[in-house]
Design a binder for this molecule. Structure first.
Ligand SMILES: Cc1ncc(COP(=O)(O)O)c(C=O)c1O
Length: 384
């Protein structure tokens, strides 16, 4: 397997454990106490009892029926519990799918900048890849003509991330439709990492999930982001084409085949309170976004702010004299973490001026205040 150095091995040496995070991409984390309180407020004593008393035996491979039923409710009628496979987190789901569906003679299309696991999963599966670059000029939209031009006889797989990490932008409907037609015409699997789906700032902008939209579409999802449940470590794949299920199971078998029952129950508790939790999280995001609007208006000579419309992340251009890797190292000295360009597009200079900020947490304004102090201290020398 070709080995990729994970961004985190470089990044966490600089930013690990800093007090002011503008780096995290999840919505406000839940607490277990809160999950239980919300369940009791819904009169759902049964799930609380099961949480306290459940057996520590293995769960079924690919997740228990009850949690898969709950997850299937997030999709349309073509997706039932049978069309869901549960994993120990989103990254595992992405890796497993690539290994299960690709071999070394196949070709896959990926996009950069992007979340590293999305880009490298097909590479780790041993297949050839074409990496297509996307750019801020059109809000990071994929150009379908470029995708069509990249297709080879052995192309089998396209992987996108929608809503898009790092910029928090959304694909437009026409692009999604065109990409689906290209995938259909060429009989491709279309993997869509939808880690930030359901966190659209305006619900009206939400795109169909790929699993609902296309017969060979696969939606990858994680409990980590919209519901702020990274510690639950539950992710899943949703798909219509049942022929892939056996392959996923076979690969999953050699990793973590059975999710923890406690995690499954926490997932069910959160999903049953999903509307409330998402509403709370979107409120925090809107509040933090308004602070960011003000901040970037105050420092428009130093930063280019492309307002996101989904998730709790934005990709910001720094117009000062440092690369964002240098900026990140300077900020880290003051206890502030950001995610520089190399996290998403290592080795491609075009993007060196970009950095990602995250703003899903209610403590984010404190980190923004620390950033303001830092900018005040340096702005004159940067602008000189
Ligand atoms: C786009 C995207 N996909 C997948 C993941 C990984 O999810 P998990 O934490 O469940 O492994 C992340 C986490 O940052 C992400 O941003």
């Amino acid at each position: 397997m070709p080995y990729s150095v994970p961004w985190s091995s470089r990044h966490k040496k600089v930013t690990g454990g800093l007090p002011f995070s503008l780096s995290n991409s999840f919505a406000e984390p839940l607490s277990n106490k809160e999950l239980i309180e919300r369940s009791l407020a819904r009169d759902d004593q049964n799930i609380v009892d099961e949480y306290h008393n459940h057996s520590l035996e293995y769960t079924p491979n690919g997740g228990s029926l009850d949690v898969r039923e709950e997850i299937a409710n997030l999709y349309g009628s073509k997706i039932t519990a049978d069309n869901i496979v549960v994993f120990a987190g989103g990254q595992v789901a992405l890796q497993t799918a690539a290994i299960a569906l690709l071999n070394k003679n196949d070709h896959a299309i990926v996009f950069t900048p992007g979340y590293q696991s999305v880009q490298v999963a097909p590479l780790h599966a041993g297949c050839q890849i074409t990496k297509i670059r996307i750019y801020p000029e059109n809000r990071w939209q994929i150009k379908p003509d470029e995708v069509e031009a990249a297709i080879q006889e052995n192309t089998k797989y396209i992987v996108i991330n929608e809503p898009y990490n790092p910029a928090g932008t959304l694909m437009n409907h026409e692009t999604q439709q065109r990409l689906k037609e290209i995938a259909e015409k060429n009989d491709l699997y279309f993997m869509s990492d939808e880690a930030y789906r359901l966190l659209e700032h305006d619900k009206k902008d939400r795109l169909p999930a790929m699993a609902d939209f296309y017969q060979k579409g696969i939606s990858a999802c994680t409990f980590s982001k919209p519901w702020g449940g990274c510690g639950i470590t539950i992710g899943w794949l949703a798909f219509q084409e049942m022929s892939i299920k056996e392959k996923l199971f076979d690969v999953q078998y050699f990793g973590t085949a059975c999710p923890s029952r406690a995690s499954e129950l926490q997932t069910m508790m959160a999903l049953r309170s999903s509307d409330d939790i998402l509403e709370r999280n979107i409120k925090i995001i809107h509040h933090n976004l308004s602070l960011l609007d003000q901040f970037f208006e105050d420092y428009s000579d130093l930063f280019e702010w492309e307002r996101p419309n989904a998730g709790a992340i934005a990709y910001v251009k720094f117009k000062g004299p440092l690369t964002t890797e240098e900026l990140g190292a300077e900020l880290a000295k003051e206890g502030i973490s950001i995610k520089p360009a190399y996290v998403f597009s290592d080795g491609i200079e075009d993007y060196d001026d970009y950095f990602r900020i995250g703003f899903g947490e209610s403590i984010m304004p404190k980190a923004l205040e620390a950033l303001r102090k830092f900018v005040e201290k340096h702005k004159n020398s940067w602008l000189a």
